[in-house]
Design a binder for this molecule. Structure first.
Ligand SMILES: CCCCCCC/C=C/C(=O)SCCNC(=O)CCNC(=O)[C@H](O)C(C)(C)COP(=O)(O)OP(=O)(O)OC[C@H]1O[C@@H](n2cnc3c(N)ncnc32)[C@H](O)[C@@H]1OP(=O)(O)O
Ligand SMILES: Cc1cc2nc3c(=O)[nH]c(=O)nc-3n(C[C@H](O)[C@H](O)[C@H](O)COP(=O)(O)OP(=O)(O)OC[C@H]3O[C@@H](n4cnc5c(N)ncnc54)[C@H](O)[C@@H]3O)c2cc1C
Length: 673
């Protein structure tokens, strides 16, 4: 039968092997849950193995030792090699496989084609007519052209209706004139816009006969296809170094009365006729599809970032020995400390939860995408609400989890050798891009307030907000049901979300009734509204986790996931319990029950801790972390890693002669006086 944990190898650090031998489940079968099928989990490993056999695809040196220019060049070099070998080597054939290939070979710091795949191609697929697809999409898919999605401006990102870049229709020439009239109207941030791309879908405010029709998408060629020089009337460049993600050239773009043909407006759903007649799309927000595409996939991206940092932290915690629990025994693995377990295990549960919630979200997204093809838009509002809430909650909780992982590695966590700080820097961009988190929570709140209004008017609501119409218990029964019956937990989460949604609703109504204009009342309620959105979203995540565990057939996998779910429900409930204590839904005794269940859960998770993270099957190449090495041999490799520092090239640096020696000489001279 072999070992249940598939990472066990001869020669590994005995402390990590000891952990793996305790596994109660097959880590590769667990990977099938995480990646949604055994086939997908197998393919990931096949792809990793194929990559490991190609020497040119390995990092030239650890990425933290590269300058920004070297990072950009290294990513482009690898993209070139990958493009040559993509099909013959590993036969990569879907988005998830490409994403994995990219993570292994290039990593999260970005590459010249990052936005090309993530937004440029999806926006053309969703918004281009068949004719436009022939012109640009197929060329883009073959990588004959490289594009990006240029929407955000220096002065406006969140409020799309105030974008200053204009696209004014000139009926006489059947052209749009694209113009950035001010400094703040420059496109600012789009990924790969700076140096890599030669095309962009530019989002600009459409003006016809002096009437503002709001943001619309236009295809703009930025650079000559052969020389890569910017075309006339176009100023384009890189916006400079960022907190992380520095292999990507996020850029600026100024358009100076640039003329493009009328047929460069993406017109699958919306049209401007030759005579300037505007034909509305079936749904006003269809042109926001590229953003919804990314938001729908962000749960999985964030789960991946969180899982990466936890793999590093948990593996390291299993070989790091420091201090004693029993003074008569040797120093313990730091993973034995309850505080370490409490710091890490709930985040492991969250990473699993995000990935299960992510799978449900992608399914809904695929359905809505298909519906939209035929002009059917009924589920767009549900999808927008769901992705807005999840995007905000998941990125925020991921940020918390990664930082806990870093701190759990002590001093070495602060070194780039852990690579956690880079993962953190990349991941937290997600709190901002694709809609700043507060802004998106308030989008969900609009949907929740509509549902609350309907319930108050005696109507029944269904779907994601169905629980608002369902019967509610005055008091939670959480400590009065058999173990592993999660319904009472979920009912308590429902109660908490429902109470907060109606609290926000009542506050808003009261202000409106007192005569306050809607936008002012909304602003005065907005903290309460964002709370409602967070609680609704956290309920959805818990439900998605429970649904997945319910559906698992394999006994050992189900049992292991059940333990994680139990931890998740108790930890998350403690985190939001004040809402339920406020109205007496939970009492002090029940809080004690939840706390003791949480501590019991930590103990249950402990023997499988390394196996839970191993099940993500993240190779050393993609983790890029000395602390997170699969074999556990951290210390000797930390020393080797430090040898890469350019400061170690010579024993004495020129700064010694230049500054330090004179400083010390003069100090010595002064002390002799
Ligand atoms: C690993 C690293 C990878 C890095 C890749 C990073 C790539 C990053 C790319 C980007 O960041 S691209 C730029 C992203 N920018 C944003 O996300 C901007 C955020 N702002 C918006 O999306 C919109 O401005 C807004 C906040 C949604 C508001 O839009 P608008 O002003 O037009 O609408 P409202 O008046 O607020 O709402 C009207 C109505 O429309 C509904 N609605 C809005 N969006 C959608 C949608 N996408 N689908 C369906 N419905 C939508 C909204 O709910 C309102 O409905 P009602 O309440 O009136 O019924
Ligand atoms: C790494 C990264 C990659 C990016 N890639 C791209 C890209 O490829 N293409 C692209 O077009 N853009 C890109 N962006 C830009 C990104 O989408 C925007 O920065 C983002 O949407 C936030 O908009 P903003 O910068 O205008 O923030 P602001 O709106 O200025 O936010 C500032 C503060 O104001 C608050 N705020 C704003 N409006 C409201 C409101 N209505 N109610 C309450 N509070 C509000 C926010 O909550 C926040 O606290 C990227 C950004 C980053 C960081």
């Amino acid at each position: 039968m072999g070992n249940l944990n598939k990472e066990i190898r001869d020669g590994d650090h005995p402390d990590i092997t000891e952990e793996r031998l305790k596994s109660t489940f097959d880590t590769h079968k667990m990977a099938a849950q995480i990646y949604n099928s055994q086939r997908a989990a197998d393919r990931r490993n096949e792809i990793t193995s194929a990559v490991l056999k190609i020497p040119e695809l390995q990092d030239i040196k650890p990425l933290p030792f590269l300058s920004r220019e070297e990072k950009v060049e290294e990513a482009a070099r690898k993209i070139g090699i990958l493009s040559e070998h993509l099909y013959d080597l590993v036969n990569v054939n879907d988005g998830a496989e490409l994403y994995h290939l990219n993570n292994v070979v290039i990593g999260g710091e970005g590459n010249p084609l990052a936005l090309h795949g993530v937004m440029f191609i999806p926006v053309l697929q969703a918004q281009a007519t068949d004719e436009q697809k022939k012109k640009w999409l197929y060329r883009a898919m073959k990588r004959e052209i490289i594009g990006t999605y240029a929407q955000t401006e220096m002065g406006h990102g969140s409020n799309l209706r105030k974008l200053e870049t204009t696209a004014t229709y000139d009926k006489a020439t059947e052209e749009f004139v694209l113009n950035s009239p001010t400094t703040t109207s420059m496109k600012w941030w789009p990924g790969n816009l700076g140096k890599s791309t030669n095309y962009a879908v530019v989002v600009a405010t459409l003006i016809i006969n002096e009437k503002d029709y709001g943001p619309h998408s236009f295809m703009v060629q930025l650079r000559d296809e052969n020389t890569h020089k910017p075309l006339p009337n176009i100023e384009v460049g890189d916006i400079g170094p960022k907190m992380a993600y520095n292999a990507t050239d996020n850029g600026f773009l100024k358009l100076n009365h640039l003329r493009i043909p009328r047929t460069n407006m993406l017109m699958k759903h919306v049209k401007v006729e030759k005579d300037g007649t505007y034909i509305k799309p079936p749904h006003a927000k269809m042109s926001y599809s590229a953003m919804v595409h990314v938001r729908a996939h962000m749960n999985n991206t964030m789960a991946y970032f969180l899982a990466s940092s936890l793999t590093i932290a948990v593996r390291y915690s299993s070989i790091r020995r420091q201090g004693h629990i029993n003074p008569k025994e040797p120093e313990v693995k730091v993973l034995e400390y309850q505080t370490q377990q409490h710091r890490l295990f709930p985040h492991i549960a969250r990473a699993y939860a995000f990935s299960f919630a992510g799978a449900e979200t992608v399914r809904l997204y695929e359905k809505v995408k298909k519906d939209m093809e035929s002009g059917e838009t009924e589920l767009m509002a549900d999808l927008h609400a769901l992705t807005s809430g999840l995007k905000s909650v998941v990125t925020y909780l991921t940020m918390q989890g990664i930082e806990q992982a870093r701190q759990s590695c002590g001093g070495h966590g602060y070194s780039m050798a852990s690579y956690i700080s880079e993962i953190y820097g990349i991941a937290i961009g997600g709190c901002t891009y694709e809609g700043e988190n507060m802004v998106m929570l308030l989008q969900l709140a609009r949907y929740l307030m509509k549902a609350a209004k309907a319930v108050k008017e005696g109507k029944k609501v269904e779907g994601l907000v169905g629980y608002l119409s369902a019967p509610d218990n005055r008091h939670s029964l959480i400590d009065r049901t058999p173990e592993k019956s999660y319904d009472t937990y979920l009912k308590t989460f429902e109660h908490i979300a429902r109470q907060q949604i109606f609290r926000a609703f009542d506050k808003l109504e009261k202000m409106l009734t007192s005569g306050l204009p809607h936008s002012e009342a909304w602003n005065k309620c907005s903290v309460e509204l964002t709370r409602a959105s967070r609680l609704h979203t956290r309920l959805f995540i818990a439900q998605a986790f429970a649904r997945r565990v319910h559906d698992v057939v394999d006994f050992h996998i189900k049992e292991a996931l059940d333990d994680l779910l139990h931890l998740h429900l108790n930890y998350e409930l403690l985190d939001v319990a004040s809402y339920a204590l406020e109205d007496g839904h939970l009492c002090g005794e029940q809080m004690n029950f939840i706390r003791s269940e949480l501590y019991r859960s930590l103990g249950k998770i402990r023997p499988n801790a390394v196996s839970y993270v191993d099940a993500w099957e993240l190779s050393d190449m993609e983790l890029r972390s000395v602390l997170g090495r699969r074999d556990g041999h951290v210390y000797e490799n930390l020393y080797k890693w430090a040898q890469n520092s350019s400061l170690n090239r010579t024993d004495v640096l020129p700064v010694f002669e230049k500054y330090l020696k004179p400083l010390m000489m003069s100090a010595r001279k002064n002390s002799k006086l």
